[in-house]
Design a protein around this ligand. Sequence first.
Ligand SMILES: NC(=O)c1ccc[n+]([C@@H]2O[C@H](COP(=O)([O-])OP(=O)(O)OC[C@H]3O[C@@H](n4cnc5c(N)ncnc54)[C@H](OP(=O)(O)O)[C@@H]3O)[C@@H](O)[C@H]2O)c1
Length: 323
Amino acid sequence: MRAIVFESYGGPEVLRIADIEKPTIKENEVLVHVRSCAANAADWHVMRGDPYLARLYFGLTKPKKNTVLGNDFAGIVEAVGPQVTNFKPGEEVFGQVITGAFAEFLCVSETNLSHKPKNLSFEQAASIPCAGLTALQALRTAGDIQPGQKLLISGASGGVGSFTVQIAKALGAEVTAVCSTRNIDAMHSIGADYTIDYTKDDYTLGDHQYDLILDIAGDKPFADIRRVLKPSGTYCPVGGPGGGLLGSMADSLKALAVSQFLSQKVVLVMANTNKTDLNYLKELIETNKVKPVIDSRFSFDEIPKAIHHVEHGHPKGKVVIFL
Ligand SMILES: NC(=O)c1ccc[n+]([C@@H]2O[C@H](COP(=O)([O-])OP(=O)(O)OC[C@H]3O[C@@H](n4cnc5c(N)ncnc54)[C@H](OP(=O)(O)O)[C@@H]3O)[C@@H](O)[C@H]2O)c1
């Protein structure tokens, strides 16, 4: 089968299409024929081995042999292991793996899989897991957002942000989206109540205070952010220029340490894949409360271009790949 592999860390030029063996399932796994996958910030971080902390898992000096990049996918069940109870061959599914989604076939534990929302294409479904789960877990598990509460999302127009705005509205929050000028209309069209243009205004200098600040852009120190956080409010750092939570870990841990002396809370968000949350997202989508925002589509051969676009192209929503 065809797969995207890489033998050294670096830019998109280290990626190549290889012909590798189709994987074989373990007893509790599902073999999926991948029809679409999605590119995430995580892919270029793994490709570059940056932050270095990630290399503890993927390989210290170079990636482990036969590492196939990619984590989000949607496809059709080809075969199931004897312990699998919820899926059968022929069913349409979507899910997430740590690596291996940029391939024609992959094996996944049934706990990391859900049935594809009926009203979505494979491409739309592939765009959901990483970004949708991060958004959901940041809002519900970490942020504990309640109906009527005021939420500010910094970095609202990207993959994670576009899900966060819609899920927050579905949960009844009042949403302020921080984005650049070109994304203001798009943010209102997916439900944001208010917008702040970060190219013109600094949200930490505003007059309003928020119950929850979800920080996907990660461009400001907590000392500034807490000015616009209510005394009982919560700050959730999700991402940043340094590579998600791992890259901005030092800043996040500093904020966490400082918060021990404050009434304001800091909760770090590290998303995980689980069936319950995938099913919850599926339900939000099938009841038309959330719809994936697709920025662009690339073919399988163009995966290096797709990753370059995610790293440098300022996507408006998700970047998907069709097979
Ligand atoms: N903690 C976790 O478990 C977890 C999981 C997934 C992702 N992440 C992290 O979350 C971050 C975002 O991921 P993503 O997939 O959403 O990336 P993305 O699609 O590239 O989106 C990033 C967004 O941030 C916006 N932005 C850039 N600078 C900004 C600023 N100063 N203020 C407000 N918005 C700004 C960009 O908008 P413009 O184009 O208009 O600048 C873009 O829409 C990454 O750092 C990723 O590693 C963390």
